[in-house]
Design a protein around this ligand. Structure first.
Ligand SMILES: NC(=O)c1ccc[n+]([C@@H]2O[C@H](COP(=O)([O-])OP(=O)(O)OC[C@H]3O[C@@H](n4cnc5c(N)ncnc54)[C@H](OP(=O)(O)O)[C@@H]3O)[C@@H](O)[C@H]2O)c1
Length: 168
């Protein structure tokens, strides 16, 4: 199964100047626990914003640059190549972890979205596609209030596609 995992503001912003905008340790723990032991697929710019392979996961980075490489990373020349390499690992769930370009490319062929909705209007330059509730069902929602560690109210949600794609 191929899933997206993303954190997006109310106005669907996910990043600015090739960085995450908010510090939400609650979301970071959710991300780590959910993706641990699996394959994560990301665009080259997202990799460079983190600048190291995520531990405990197989990291696949998509780039058009044939010479590009990084420690503990498998490179892929496009989304399909990354999915083939991910499926070859026999992992149960494959996570597409961003950023904007890669989410856009895989949005129509993904059946599950793990979404942390950050309840704020935020300025940014990178966006997540809107989730249309005619096409997606909210199957789980947990609300969290801002506190001294997490700057914004946020909800951790799971959305499933109503009519499954044949990509899984
Ligand atoms: N809030 C969240 O959950 C979240 C998650 C992840 C990232 N982000 C944010 O998103 C932003 C980065 O997103 P982005 O859209 O700028 O970049 P991105 O999607 O991370 O990476 C784009 C790069 O991926 C490669 N690529 C994309 N499509 C390709 C294709 N079809 N074939 C081959 N290579 C392809 C290209 O690399 P080359 O140029 O090397 O060819 C392209 O420049 C940052 O601000 C980051 O913090 C947010």
């Amino acid at each position: 199964m191929v899933s997206i995992i993303v954190a997006a503001s109310t106005n669907n912003v996910i990043g600015r100047n090739n960085q995450l905008i908010w510090h939400l340790p609650n979301d970071l723990s959710f991300f780590k626990n959910t993706t641990w032991g699996s394959v994560v697929i990301m665009g080259r710019k997202t990799f460079e914003s983190v600048n190291k392979a995520l531990p405990g996961r197989i990291n696949i980075v998509i780039t058009k640059q044939p010479q590009w490489k990084a420690d503990n990373v498998i490179t892929a020349k496009n989304l399909n190549d990354s999915l083939e390499k991910a499926k070859a690992t026999n992992c149960k769930e494959i996570f597409v972890i961003g950023g904007g370009e890669i989410y856009k490319e895989c949005f129509s062929t993904t059946d599950r979205i793990y979404l942390t909705r950050v309840h704020a209007q935020i300025e940014g330059d990178t966006f997540f596609p809107p989730i249309d509730d005619k096409e997606w069902t909210l199957v789980s929602n947990k609300d969290f209030k801002a506190d001294d560690r997490n700057a914004y109210d946020h909800s951790i949600q799971i959305w499933d596609r109503k009519i499954k794609s044949d990509n899984q």
